[in-house]
Design a protein around this ligand. Sequence first.
Ligand code: ISE
Length: 338
Amino acid sequence: MTSNLLRVGILGVGRMGADHAERVATRINGARLVAVSDPATERARELAASFDGVRAVDDGLALVTDDEVEAVVVASPGFAHEEQVIACLEAGKPVLCEKPLTMDSASSLRLVEMEAKGGRPLVQVGFMRRFDPEYAELKRLLDSGSLGRTLMVHNTHRNKDTLPGFVSEMIVRDSLVHEVDVTRWLFGEEITQIHVLAPTPTSVADEGVLDPQIAILTMAGGGIATNEVFVNTGIGYEVRCEAVAEHGNATIGLGVGPLVRQVNRAGTHIPEDFRERFATAYDLEVQAWVDATRRGEVVGPTTWDGYAAAVVCTAGVESLTTGRPVTVELAPRPTFAV
Ligand code: ISE
């Protein structure tokens, strides 16, 4: 009965990994969660024990080569991604790797090249916003041409708070990276320049953390995207995107659900964090990964998308440090060996 199900192992069971474990174990069709691993071995054991037939494997690289595991979700912190994705490529196992692909351009390019040498795509990068129904609708609208050429995109990305140690650079590499990906995707073009500015920080952020930040992205075709990233608002999770085209504009992320009116006030629920706001996107992303993997294909954001985002964010960190705009240059795109 379950023999045709894709047998999935998950590396990293922190906030996102635990969320994906629950998703694969309970909601995704065609897949079965078989193993989890985390350097916090006790945590992995506890999580495994909460599902039927799921093992905890202490060594993450052993999970990748485990015969029972056919495909891997990498949900560990970004600094661990390179080694773990390499292990998946070496084992020839399809992988859904959470964003960012890696923490810098050079290591992301190594993954793009290694995957291309292997002759077939194996990696989907977890830029889940592309699977969010509202973002997907905005993309269809812009691609339809009914609003004319896209001139500008304005992104707002706010978090209620952050985990300890979330330094200024993480706001670029871990948070802004989402806007970098959706902007490339919505315009269908590469980014050629990034300029990151930081106003006087909120007193709520830890000492020395430049929060909020404003990043200005210039597109290859001359369009511009403005991006506010503010990760310690104390309010909730807010992600909005407005695309401005020649003959119209469209905004997404204004909040779904009931607008409650009380005396002189109107209000709606603000999600706690990304797991709540993008729950449907994560479900659709993982379902698309499972379906494509079972067909022997890869869909969604590629290692090239992960690499392009890493190059922009690396330039973004340089811009944040120097205060100057930084030109973005991509390596030639390798083709898959035949
Ligand atoms: C986190 O890793 C995410 O991916 C969230 O979507 C983002 O809002 C947050 O800033 C990141 O730290």
